[in-house]
Design a protein around this ligand. Structure first.
Ligand code: FEO
Ligand code: CA
Ligand code: CA
Length: 630
């Protein structure tokens, strides 16, 4: 999330609705008593135990082999006893032998494009050999208060330096003396920035809405930015997801007329503060109204080929993409779950037309160009936080997606996926962030981080979004009918609702039964499973440690047992950071975690090197060399 979003999230009024909270609380009590699995509608949850078992089994998880740590306001990273961390790479570290060392005061496009980018986020591990690997790491955005001497862009040179600190970094790492370390100047090292040439591919490529003065073909686009979370494919490629792209576009004309579609995507004459449009005409909405349509996609990158051209896969739809959780279905089709991180937006999935062929890697290269995009619709009985759901296809000519309703063709449906989702009746959600599929393939989980607008017009309280003015968030899970992720129906429940049982005891804002004063947190965001099925939860929330958030401390990472529902705090981050980005070495003895924007808005952090705070990837290991979390 950007600093602008964070400001917006704070200090919002909470709508107290006693009747509603009582209703939810009764539902929770009923769940605790009966158990989700005891009801006919959720039979597909029986293989993994229902949440209700968490109450009885709370402290006995066989999966969680570490002692929980307390909340923290310290400017460091804390871990359970027996664990250690070290910095792998920080913003501004040189990636090439000819790159300059990090400087607190000098910035240039030339330097930033040869150094590790800013605000590392999602990342994936690609093995090269037992002791060598590549990490592909998103560099979501920048903190201009540290990046630029004036704290904001004042020239085209500033814009170019800022753009070069965005994108993706691909680095090689090697296991030396038992430690994963960076390899400087590997032949694989690559920086992909907001100006790297890439292709638009799939059904929307070439469409009139994607054509600009610089690119009449509608197929050749420069760069990627606001690369939030990620995914990876079994054919060895990296998926980087473009999130708050709208905030980079603006106009010098505050009265600029905007279309309904532009407004739905949050595009406005006033940008999010990056200031690019004042110096780079590509980002000026009055001069290039279609450029913004060329962003907001999932981009596929081959990390093993530094010459390869990244491809924006338009079949996966255009919205504020969080991550891309890819699962190979039992029939070989590729399913990709996709969240749109905006208050009242939606949860999507893509199902490929063709099947994954393990024996023929080249045949899989364009699987993400052809398939069906769906959006989720949830149903539940009043006051219940479980129910059924349907995936509604976003296919031109069906379900009202017609020219009469503003969709001339399938490309228009994909480019304006949010509008299409509304037409078919998708459920508005509390900001879908990461999706993760359990290694058994039986269930998928999605963080719904928070939503101060829940309960306002168009965002009714209920179903998977059960609390008005929700600033704590919840984790949704669903099981596809028959274990088939291509199925159009599923059952769902809430794995947990975050909350503050100290400040709001006895109400829905206390959270579910598996949340207590020792493990409470707000705003779950990054999630991922390890091979043993532990659910790792990273937070991007209010770190004021006051009021509704008293006792929660800095942003943190927790680990949950999806069988018992137990949640334990594993990591606390430094001041004003967000924890985001998670991957493991194949043997799970090393965990890579992202510490993003420590000290944002000039908060008093000097993490991790002293001096100016710097976003960093850290490596976590056990002193005894064991499996992380076990
Ligand atoms: Fe970049 Fe929704 O987080
Ligand atoms: Ca977030
Ligand atoms: Ca996020």
């Amino acid at each position: 999330m950007s600093r602008f979003d964070l400001q917006d999230q704070r200090n919002h009024p909470r709508n107290s609705t006693p009747a509603l909270t009582a209703l939810i609380d009764r539902a929770l009590s009923r769940r605790r008593f009966l158990g989700v699995g005891a009801t006919a509608g959720a039979a597909s949850f029986l293989t993994l135990n229902p949440l209700s078992h968490a109450v009885a089994a709370a402290a006995n998880s066989p999966l969680l082999g570490f002692n929980a740590i307390s909340a923290s306001g310290e400017d460091t990273l804390r871990l359970p006893q027996g664990y250690r961390w070290e910095v792998l790479v920080s913003w501004g570290d040189p990636l090439f032998a000819d790159a300059p060392a990090f400087s607190e005061s000098e910035r240039s496009e030339a330097a930033q494009s040869r150094q590790f980018g800013d605000n590392n986020d999602g990342m994936s591990f690609f093995p090269l050999a037992a002791d060598r690997a590549l990490l592909a790491i998103n560099n979501e955005y920048t903190n201009q208060e540290y990046l630029l001497p004036a704290g904001k862009v004042t020239s085209l040179a500033d814009v170019r330096a800022d753009q070069a600190a965005h994108g993706v970094s691909i680095i090689e790492i090697a296991l030396k003396d038992g430690r994963w370390q960076r390899v400087l100047d590997s032949r694989y090292t690559r920086r992909i920035t907001a100006n790297t040439p890439m292709q638009l591919s799939g059904p929307a490529a070439g469409h009139a809405l994607l054509q600009t003065q610089a690119d009449p073909s509608g197929r050749a686009v420069l760069g990627t930015f606001n690369n939030c979370a990620n995914g990876e494919t079994p054919w060895g490629t990296y998926l980087t997801c473009e999130e708050n792209f709208n905030g980079y576009f603006g106009s010098q004309d505050p009265a600029l007329a905007l279309s309904a579609a532009q407004k739905r995507y949050g595009i406005a004459a006033v940008d999010a503060g990056f200031g690019w449009h004042a110096f780079d005409a590509r980002f000026d909405l009055a001069k290039e109204p279609n450029e913004a349509n060329r962003h907001g996609w999932v981009v596929e990158i081959d990390p093993r080929d530094p010459q390869s051209v990244p491809k924006k896969r338009t079949a996966l739809g255009r919205f504020k993409h969080e991550n891309a959780a890819l699962h190979i279905n039992s029939d070989g089709r590729v399913v990709v779950y996709l969240g749109d991180d905006e208050r009242g937006e939606h949860l999507y999935k893509f199902v490929s037309a063709q099947r994954f062929d393990k024996s023929n890697p080249q045949a899989n290269r364009d699987l993400l160009d052809d398939g069906t995009l769906y959006v989720a619709q949830f149903s539940a009985k009043d006051g219940e936080i479980r129910g059924e759901g349907r995936w509604l296809p976003l296919v031109h000519g069906h379900n009202g997606l017609t020219a009469a309703n503003g969709f001339a063709d399938q490309a228009s449906v994909l480019i304006h996926a949010r509008l299409a989702a509304t037409v078919v009746g998708a459920t508005t959600m509390d900001r879908p962030e990461w999706v993760a599929v359990h290694p058994s393939g039986q269930q998928a989980f999605c963080t719904l981080t928070n939503n101060k607008n829940r309960g306002t017009e168009g965002q009714p309280v209920g179903g998977p979004n059960p609390r008005a003015a929700n600033h704590y968030g919840q984790i949704l899970r669903w099981a596809p009918a028959g274990g088939d992720h291509a199925s159009e129906t599923f059952s769902w429940d809430l794995f947990l609702m975050a909350g503050n049982p100290s400040v709001h005891p006895g109400t829905a804002y206390a959270g579910t039964a598996n949340i207590d004063a020792d493990n409470m947190f707000n705003s779950p965001d990054g999630i991922g499973f390890d091979a043993d099925g532990r659910l790792w939860i990273q937070t991007d929330g209010d770190y004021s440690n006051q009021g509704d958030f008293a006792g929660m401390g800095n942003n943190q990472m927790l680990c949950a047992d999806p069988n018992s529902g137990e949640v334990r705090r594993f990591l606390t981050g430094p001041i004003a950071c967000e924890i985001t980005g998670l991957t493991f070495s194949p043997d799970h003895t090393a965990m890579f975690v992202g510490i993003q924007h420590p000290g944002e808005e000039k908060a008093p952090s000097h993490f991790p090197h002293g001096g100016m705070p710097r976003s960093s990837v850290v490596v976590i290991t056990r002193e005894d060399g064991g499996i992380i979390g076990g």
